[in-house]
Structure formats: C-alpha cells, structure tokens
Design a protein around this ligand. Sequence first.
Ligand SMILES: [Zn+2]
Length: 291
Amino acid sequence: MTEQPARRLLLVHAHPDDESINNGVTMARYAAEGAHVTLVTCTLGERGEVIPPELAHLTGAALGGHRRDELAAAMRALGVDDVRLLGGPGRFADSGMMGLPDNEDPGCLWQADVDRAAELLVDVIREVRPQVLVTYDPDGGYGHPDHIQAHRIAMRAVELADEAGCPVAKVYWNRVPRTVAEDAFARLGEALPGLPFDEAAGVEDVPGVVADELITTEIRGDASARAAKAAAMRAHATQITVAEPYFVLSNALAQPLFTTEYYELVRGERAGDADARESDLFAGIEIEEAS
Ligand SMILES: [Zn+2]
C-alpha cells in the first residue's frame, strides 16, 4: 500500500484562477504542512476575457491550453502537485457569463448532467479519500453558471461518496465576512490614488460575502503562504493583474487580495466553542497518522 499523507484536502473549482483567488493561502499552508492537497478544476476557462493586450489573440482552445499552463505555474507557486481537470482536459467547456448564448453550448459545464459529472468527482474522492472538501455556495459565490454547477457537482459527489462508503467528514463553502470586505474596501478607497488601477470594485463584486455570524472558520497563512498566494495569482496573468494588497480582474476594478481566507462549515461537526472560529479545516477530525 502506498503511503498517503494523513490529512487530505480536496478543492473543487470552476476555472483556473478561482483556486488561487479564493484559497491560495489555505492551499499553500496545508501543502507546506505536508497535507495532501488536491485541486479539481471543472473547465479550462476558455471563455474568459484576457487582460494583457499581447495575449488578447488567445481565444477558445488556445486560451484553454494557455490557462492550463497558468494553472500549472500557480500550483508550483502554492506547492500543490495534485491538480486534475474534471473528466480530463476539455471534457467540460467554460459556459461563459450567465445569460449569454454560450450557456447553450451542449459541451459546456452548465449543460452537463450533474449526477454524471458528480460520478467523475466521486472517482477522485474514492481515490484520495479527503476528510475535507471546499467549494462554493449554491449561488457559486456570484452567479456564474460554472461556479453554480461546480457547487452542485461537488455537493452531489459528497452525497454519492457517502452512499459508496467513502464519507467526506467536513464540507466548507468559500466566504468573506461582510465587515472584513467593508473595511478592506474603505482602505482601498484611500489607497486608490496611489495604485496602478483607476477604479475600485465594491463589496457587492466580491463572491461569497455574508454576515459575519455565518463564518465558522478562518485560515491565516504565514508570510510564505501569503507570498505564495500572490505569486499564484500573478501566474494567472491572462485573468489577473496583482498590485499587492490589491488586484484586478478583466473588469479593471480594483479589489482587495485577502490574505486571511474564510469559510462556512456546511457539513460535519464544528470543532471547539460555537462562538470561536475554527483556525484549521481539519479541526475535530480524527486523523490516522501513518505508522
Ligand atoms: Zn471562475
């Protein structure tokens, strides 16, 4: 039997770049601590908008291939070596923004049968046996069809894996506490004249913002995890421009780069006091240490 790290974390995302923006610190921290970190990305993001003019010629499959390379570079920055594309590269196409005709593409993730796509993820769960799974909330954080679908696939896969005798102990959704977002945007407003960006986004542009009371868990990284997150985001150069502690997406609106990452536990037992946030996704889980 091959030796497997005792702690195993699985993250399910829609496009290359989502993992670094949402979970870069978390992934870098657990990888550095020797946990097994597995990323499953559902599409190559080949309908994303490209920021750098010199790469603007990349569209469709060429953009997908390029973003796959960006993802690989980001994972090197985070120290994560188990990266998979759901069903293999190109199995599910990027669905484009909600309401576009792209959503009707029969090969896109939005059109995928959730149960069948979930079975592909169950295969990964059965192989890796993660104790913890991280994904988006039911709205996908901000309503993008691929993010909504990634959520549905991940949650269905957890159910199916449970039925197959391979339970995932804890499931978390990516979150940002409202007061943290509001404070960060207030600082951004003051810093904006000195930044290489012209305009700021707003709290409503940040995926997963919820009332502070819903947050169960916060993951802080040390300096090297924070640096790894910024480096991973920079690796997604077609999608992100970073000027720490801020960044922009293709809409060119500045937003905070969060170096503490927040979660809402939606399945499993919350560890510790109900009024204190967990500081470890694996808290309370019995871990069998390899002998
Ligand atoms: Zn995305």
